[in-house]
Write a protein that binds this ligand. Structure first.
Ligand code: ADP
Ligand code: MG
Length: 215
Protein backbone atom coordinates (compact mmCIF):
# COMPACT_ATOMS: atom_id res chain seq x y z
CA UNK A 1 0.00 0.00 0.00
CA UNK A 2 1.46 3.38 -0.93
CA UNK A 3 -1.46 5.68 -0.13
CA UNK A 4 -4.39 5.66 2.26
CA UNK A 5 -6.66 6.21 -0.74
CA UNK A 6 -6.00 2.62 -1.82
CA UNK A 7 -7.80 1.37 1.25
CA UNK A 8 -11.10 3.07 0.28
CA UNK A 9 -11.64 4.00 3.90
CA UNK A 10 -14.98 5.30 5.12
CA UNK A 11 -15.28 9.00 4.39
CA UNK A 12 -15.01 10.38 7.93
CA UNK A 13 -11.73 8.59 8.55
CA UNK A 14 -10.37 9.38 5.09
CA UNK A 15 -11.22 13.06 5.57
CA UNK A 16 -9.56 13.22 8.97
CA UNK A 17 -6.38 11.61 7.67
CA UNK A 18 -6.31 14.12 4.86
CA UNK A 19 -6.88 17.00 7.28
CA UNK A 20 -3.94 15.73 9.34
CA UNK A 21 -1.89 15.94 6.15
CA UNK A 22 -1.34 12.18 6.10
CA UNK A 23 -1.55 10.79 2.59
CA UNK A 24 1.00 8.01 2.73
CA UNK A 25 1.01 5.33 5.40
CA UNK A 26 4.21 4.70 7.32
CA UNK A 27 5.84 1.29 6.67
CA UNK A 28 4.27 -0.34 9.74
CA UNK A 29 0.85 1.06 8.78
CA UNK A 30 1.33 -0.19 5.24
CA UNK A 31 2.10 -3.68 6.52
CA UNK A 32 -0.36 -3.90 9.40
CA UNK A 33 -3.56 -2.20 8.21
CA UNK A 34 -4.45 -4.52 5.31
CA UNK A 35 -3.75 -7.60 7.45
CA UNK A 36 -5.83 -6.23 10.31
CA UNK A 37 -8.70 -5.39 7.95
CA UNK A 38 -8.59 -8.99 6.69
CA UNK A 39 -9.20 -10.10 10.25
CA UNK A 40 -5.76 -11.58 10.88
CA UNK A 41 -4.12 -11.73 14.27
CA UNK A 42 -0.96 -9.67 14.16
CA UNK A 43 2.45 -9.58 15.78
CA UNK A 44 3.98 -6.28 14.77
CA UNK A 45 7.31 -4.74 15.61
CA UNK A 46 8.35 -1.21 14.73
CA UNK A 47 10.45 1.33 16.56
CA UNK A 48 9.05 4.23 18.56
CA UNK A 49 7.72 7.05 16.40
CA UNK A 50 6.89 4.82 13.44
CA UNK A 51 3.13 5.36 13.58
CA UNK A 52 1.96 2.24 15.40
CA UNK A 53 -1.05 3.99 16.98
CA UNK A 54 -2.81 4.60 13.67
CA UNK A 55 -1.68 1.15 12.49
CA UNK A 56 -4.20 -0.31 14.93
CA UNK A 57 -6.68 2.59 15.22
CA UNK A 58 -7.39 2.83 11.49
CA UNK A 59 -8.59 -0.80 11.22
CA UNK A 60 -10.58 -0.45 14.46
CA UNK A 61 -12.33 2.73 13.35
CA UNK A 62 -12.94 1.36 9.88
CA UNK A 63 -14.50 -1.80 11.32
CA UNK A 64 -16.61 0.14 13.80
CA UNK A 65 -18.08 2.35 11.08
CA UNK A 66 -18.46 -0.33 8.38
CA UNK A 67 -20.00 -2.86 10.73
CA UNK A 68 -22.22 -0.20 12.27
CA UNK A 69 -21.21 -0.82 15.86
CA UNK A 70 -24.12 0.40 17.92
CA UNK A 71 -24.10 2.01 21.33
CA UNK A 72 -24.15 -1.10 23.45
CA UNK A 73 -27.70 -0.78 24.81
CA UNK A 74 -28.71 -3.96 26.59
CA UNK A 75 -25.48 -5.71 25.61
CA UNK A 76 -23.21 -3.82 27.96
CA UNK A 77 -19.87 -5.04 26.71
CA UNK A 78 -17.61 -2.90 24.53
CA UNK A 79 -16.50 -4.41 21.22
CA UNK A 80 -12.82 -3.52 21.32
CA UNK A 81 -10.18 -3.33 24.02
CA UNK A 82 -6.84 -1.54 23.75
CA UNK A 83 -4.29 -2.28 26.47
CA UNK A 84 -1.58 0.30 27.16
CA UNK A 85 1.21 0.24 29.76
CA UNK A 86 0.77 3.76 31.19
CA UNK A 87 -1.93 6.29 31.88
CA UNK A 88 -0.18 8.78 29.58
CA UNK A 89 -0.22 6.33 26.71
CA UNK A 90 -3.84 5.32 27.31
CA UNK A 91 -4.85 8.99 27.21
CA UNK A 92 -2.76 9.62 24.12
CA UNK A 93 -4.39 6.70 22.30
CA UNK A 94 -7.84 7.93 23.25
CA UNK A 95 -7.01 11.44 22.01
CA UNK A 96 -5.80 10.01 18.72
CA UNK A 97 -8.95 7.90 18.46
CA UNK A 98 -11.16 10.93 19.09
CA UNK A 99 -9.28 12.81 16.40
CA UNK A 100 -9.95 10.21 13.68
CA UNK A 101 -13.17 8.47 14.69
CA UNK A 102 -16.71 9.82 14.22
CA UNK A 103 -18.57 10.62 17.46
CA UNK A 104 -20.71 7.50 17.00
CA UNK A 105 -17.62 5.37 17.72
CA UNK A 106 -17.61 5.95 21.46
CA UNK A 107 -14.61 5.36 23.71
CA UNK A 108 -13.41 5.50 27.28
CA UNK A 109 -9.96 5.40 28.81
CA UNK A 110 -9.59 3.75 32.23
CA UNK A 111 -6.37 4.13 34.20
CA UNK A 112 -5.09 4.40 37.73
CA UNK A 113 -4.53 7.57 39.69
CA UNK A 114 -8.14 8.80 39.51
CA UNK A 115 -11.10 7.64 41.64
CA UNK A 116 -12.54 4.45 40.19
CA UNK A 117 -16.06 5.89 40.65
CA UNK A 118 -15.29 8.21 37.79
CA UNK A 119 -14.96 5.21 35.49
CA UNK A 120 -18.09 3.61 36.94
CA UNK A 121 -20.06 6.76 36.14
CA UNK A 122 -18.70 6.95 32.61
CA UNK A 123 -19.50 3.27 32.06
CA UNK A 124 -23.22 3.86 32.54
CA UNK A 125 -23.10 4.45 28.79
CA UNK A 126 -20.91 1.52 27.74
CA UNK A 127 -18.41 2.68 25.12
CA UNK A 128 -17.61 0.71 21.98
CA UNK A 129 -13.88 0.94 22.57
CA UNK A 130 -12.18 0.76 25.96
CA UNK A 131 -8.57 1.79 26.34
CA UNK A 132 -6.99 0.83 29.61
CA UNK A 133 -3.97 0.14 31.73
CA UNK A 134 -3.98 -3.45 33.01
CA UNK A 135 -4.33 -2.85 36.76
CA UNK A 136 -7.25 -0.43 36.64
CA UNK A 137 -8.89 -2.34 33.84
CA UNK A 138 -8.91 -5.48 36.00
CA UNK A 139 -10.30 -3.55 38.94
CA UNK A 140 -13.16 -2.23 36.81
CA UNK A 141 -13.77 -5.47 34.94
CA UNK A 142 -14.14 -7.25 38.26
CA UNK A 143 -17.35 -5.27 38.91
CA UNK A 144 -20.78 -5.13 37.29
CA UNK A 145 -19.73 -1.88 35.59
CA UNK A 146 -17.68 -3.47 32.82
CA UNK A 147 -18.37 -6.69 30.98
CA UNK A 148 -15.66 -7.85 28.57
CA UNK A 149 -17.50 -10.86 27.20
CA UNK A 150 -18.45 -9.08 23.99
CA UNK A 151 -14.90 -8.03 23.08
CA UNK A 152 -14.10 -8.97 19.50
CA UNK A 153 -10.93 -6.95 18.96
CA UNK A 154 -7.96 -6.70 21.28
CA UNK A 155 -4.87 -4.55 20.82
CA UNK A 156 -1.86 -4.69 23.08
CA UNK A 157 0.27 -1.61 22.54
CA UNK A 158 3.90 -1.36 23.69
CA UNK A 159 4.03 -5.01 24.74
CA UNK A 160 7.69 -4.70 25.72
CA UNK A 161 6.88 -1.90 28.18
CA UNK A 162 3.99 -3.98 29.55
CA UNK A 163 6.38 -6.75 30.48
CA UNK A 164 9.05 -4.33 31.78
CA UNK A 165 6.44 -2.91 34.14
CA UNK A 166 5.53 -6.31 35.47
CA UNK A 167 2.03 -6.52 33.97
CA UNK A 168 2.31 -10.13 32.78
CA UNK A 169 0.08 -11.56 35.53
CA UNK A 170 -2.55 -8.83 35.06
CA UNK A 171 -2.53 -9.41 31.32
CA UNK A 172 -3.01 -13.13 31.79
CA UNK A 173 -5.97 -12.45 34.06
CA UNK A 174 -7.49 -10.04 31.54
CA UNK A 175 -7.11 -12.61 28.76
CA UNK A 176 -9.15 -15.05 30.82
CA UNK A 177 -12.06 -12.58 30.82
CA UNK A 178 -12.08 -12.27 27.02
CA UNK A 179 -13.84 -14.47 24.48
CA UNK A 180 -11.40 -16.83 22.77
CA UNK A 181 -13.09 -16.01 19.46
CA UNK A 182 -11.56 -12.61 18.74
CA UNK A 183 -8.97 -10.75 16.68
CA UNK A 184 -5.83 -9.81 18.58
CA UNK A 185 -3.00 -7.49 17.57
CA UNK A 186 0.20 -7.13 19.54
CA UNK A 187 2.53 -4.19 18.93
CA UNK A 188 5.99 -3.73 20.35
CA UNK A 189 9.06 -1.62 19.70
CA UNK A 190 11.25 -4.62 20.42
CA UNK A 191 10.85 -8.38 20.46
CA UNK A 192 12.26 -10.62 23.15
CA UNK A 193 11.73 -14.30 23.95
CA UNK A 194 9.26 -13.18 26.65
CA UNK A 195 7.22 -11.22 24.11
CA UNK A 196 7.16 -14.17 21.75
CA UNK A 197 5.90 -16.38 24.58
CA UNK A 198 3.19 -13.86 25.41
CA UNK A 199 2.30 -13.61 21.71
CA UNK A 200 1.95 -17.37 21.52
CA UNK A 201 -0.53 -17.33 24.37
CA UNK A 202 -2.57 -14.44 22.92
CA UNK A 203 -2.50 -14.81 19.15
CA UNK A 204 -3.92 -17.35 16.73
CA UNK A 205 -1.90 -18.03 13.58
CA UNK A 206 -0.61 -14.43 13.56
CA UNK A 207 0.81 -12.58 10.61
CA UNK A 208 4.21 -11.29 11.66
CA UNK A 209 5.60 -7.99 10.55
CA UNK A 210 8.87 -6.44 11.65
CA UNK A 211 9.65 -3.10 10.11
CA UNK A 212 12.85 -2.33 11.97
CA UNK A 213 14.56 -5.61 12.71
CA UNK A 214 17.39 -5.13 15.14
CA UNK A 215 16.00 -2.00 16.80
P1 ADP B 1 4.69 4.88 17.73
O1 ADP B 1 3.48 4.40 18.47
O2 ADP B 1 5.17 3.89 16.72
O3 ADP B 1 5.78 5.33 18.64
P2 ADP B 1 2.95 7.07 16.97
O4 ADP B 1 1.77 6.29 16.59
O5 ADP B 1 2.94 7.74 18.30
O6 ADP B 1 4.28 6.15 16.89
O7 ADP B 1 3.23 8.12 15.81
C1 ADP B 1 4.33 8.98 15.82
C2 ADP B 1 3.99 10.28 15.08
O8 ADP B 1 3.82 10.03 13.69
C3 ADP B 1 2.72 10.92 15.57
O9 ADP B 1 2.92 12.30 15.70
C4 ADP B 1 1.73 10.63 14.45
O10 ADP B 1 0.72 11.61 14.37
C5 ADP B 1 2.62 10.64 13.23
N1 ADP B 1 2.09 9.83 12.12
C6 ADP B 1 1.37 8.69 12.22
N2 ADP B 1 1.03 8.20 11.01
C7 ADP B 1 1.55 9.05 10.09
C8 ADP B 1 1.53 9.09 8.65
N3 ADP B 1 0.94 8.15 7.92
N4 ADP B 1 2.15 10.13 8.05
C9 ADP B 1 2.78 11.07 8.78
N5 ADP B 1 2.84 11.09 10.13
C10 ADP B 1 2.23 10.09 10.80
MG1 MG C 1 3.08 3.88 20.36
Amino acid sequence: MVSFAELSLTSFLADRLQQAGFTAPTPIQSAAIPLALEGRDLLAQAKTGSGKTLAFLIPLIERAVKEGWKPAGSARSPRALVLAPTRELALQIEMELRKYAPPSVTSLAVYGGVPIERHYRALRQPPMIVIGTPGRLLDVAGTRHLDLRGIEYVVMDEADQMLDRGFLRDIQRILQLLPSQRQTMLFSATFSPEILTLAESMLKNPARTAVDPGV
